[in-house]
Design a protein around this ligand. Sequence first.
Ligand SMILES: C[S@@+](CC[C@H](N)C(=O)[O-])C[C@H]1O[C@@H](n2cnc3c(N)ncnc32)[C@H](O)[C@@H]1O
Length: 403
Amino acid sequence: MLDAVLRRGQTLEAAASTVRALPSADRALAVAIAGETLRRLPDLDALIDSATRQRLPDDAKARTVLRLALAQKLGLGTPDHALVATALPLVDGGPRRLVHGVLGTLLRRGLAPSAAPRLPDAVEQRWGTAWGASVLDAARRQIARRPPLDLTFADEAEALAYATTHAGNVLAPRHVRVESSSVTELDGYGGGRWWVQDLAASLPARLIPSEAKDVLDLCAAPGGKTMQLAAAGHKVTALDASKSRLERLSENLQRTHVAADLIQADALVWKPQRPFDAILLDAPCSATGTFRRHPEVLYRARPPIIAENTELQARLLERAAGWLNPGGSLVYSVCSLEPEEGERVVEAFLAANRGFRIAPPAAGELPDFVTSSAEGWVRILPGMLEDQGGLDGFFMVRLVRQR
Ligand SMILES: C[S@@+](CC[C@H](N)C(=O)[O-])C[C@H]1O[C@@H](n2cnc3c(N)ncnc32)[C@H](O)[C@@H]1O
C-alpha cells in the first residue's frame, strides 16, 4: 500500500485493494498501519536515521519495515514485543540484524508520539509560505489527531434532536458533530436521515441563494452537496464525468430520499440546454485540505499535479460562467489548501470576466465562526475551530453574474 501511494501516487483507498484478500480485521489493521505511517512519515524517518549510521534509501526494505513498526508503536500503541515479532519476519533472509538493532535502540529510548508531527518538507515549505507558521503548527497538530465525524441532516429539527440524544455538537444548521471513529456503528447508519460530510465541505452549498430554483451541481459525485441542495428544495441537475462515482451519487440519493437529475458527461464538452439560476462548481483538486482523513494527499499533491488541476479549474470555471442567467450565482469551491487552486483561480477569472463580481456571504448564511476575506471569499485553514475538533481545509467564493 505504501509503495502504491508513495511511488505510484495512488490514493490509500485505491491502494487498499492490495490487501483485499485478507480477513476483514487484518485488512483494517493493515490500512490503519499504512495510514499511521503516512501521518508521521517525516518523524519516523528522522527516528530511523537517528539510530543508524547507514544511510538507508527511501525505498529500502529495512526502512519500510522500520516505518511500519514505528507507526504501530507511535500511532496505534502496539506493544513492543508484538512490533518486534511482526517486523523481523518481514526481513528474514535480508537486513534482519539492522532492523533488529535500530528497533531495539529506539524502543530502549522509550518513544512517545509527537503531538505535532512534521509534515513532508515540500508541504511545510508551501504552507509555511502561503499561510504562515501558526497555521503550519496547527496543521501538524491536526495530522496527529483523529478528526471527529460530521453528519449533515436533510431536516434541521432532526439534527437538533439527534444532537440531544447522541451528545452531538451542532456547529451549523442541519449539522451534528459526533465523537466516533466508526460510521457504521452510528445510530441511524443506512437510515438515510443523515450523511457524513465535514462541516467545511457543507459550507459551499450554503452559499447557493435559497431563491435560486434551477441549480446545476457541476462535478457532483459522490453527492454530499447534491443532497444538501436537493434537501433545501432546489431543482438540482447533478453532473459528473465519472460513471462509478455517479453510481455512488445515485445510491446516496436513493438512501436519503432526495431527487436530482443525473448527467454523466465531461463538463469541458457538455453544453446545457438552458441557463441556470445558480451553479455549484466543487472542482476537482489536489484535496490537500482533507489531509486529516487522507494523509496521503500530502504526498500525492506534487507541484505538477497542482498545476494540472489549476488549469482544469480555470477551464471549468470559464465554461460554467457562460451557463448562468443574468443575476445568477456561481459558487466555486475546492477542498485544497493551495492558494493556486483557490484564490489565484478566482483572481484570474475576475480579471478576464468583468461581468462578474464577488458576493460575500451574507449574515446568517454561514456559521458565525466563518469570516470572509477583504476580497469576499472564504478560506478555511487548519487551526480554525481547533478546540472543537477542527475542519478540513477549503476555499469557496460566490460569483454573481451582473444583470
Ligand atoms: C471534489 S469532487 C466533487 C465532490 C462532490 N461535489 C461532493 O460534494 O460530493 C470532483 C468531482 O469532479 C469530477 N470531475 C473531474 N473532472 C470532470 C470533468 N471534466 N467533468 C465533469 N466532472 C469532472 C470528478 O469525477 C469528481 O467526482
